[in-house]
Ligand binder design. Sequence first.
Ligand SMILES: [Zn+2]
Length: 64
Amino acid sequence: MARFEQVEAYITCPYCGENISVLVDTSIEAQDYIEDCEVCCRPLALSAVLVGDAVEVTARRSDD
Ligand SMILES: [Zn+2]
């Protein structure tokens, strides 16, 4: 299995409240990054943490 892999995670956009999916690079144990919401296009501050085989992603407004 390739070491570099991306998994899909689901978050709720803190701006528009829509459930959207984001791709997370699981070769990194913990990461914070900015990604635009695919619905409202506003910048989300995402925190992704690997927990065993799963990934937990939380989304905040990037201007908080
Ligand atoms: Zn949104």
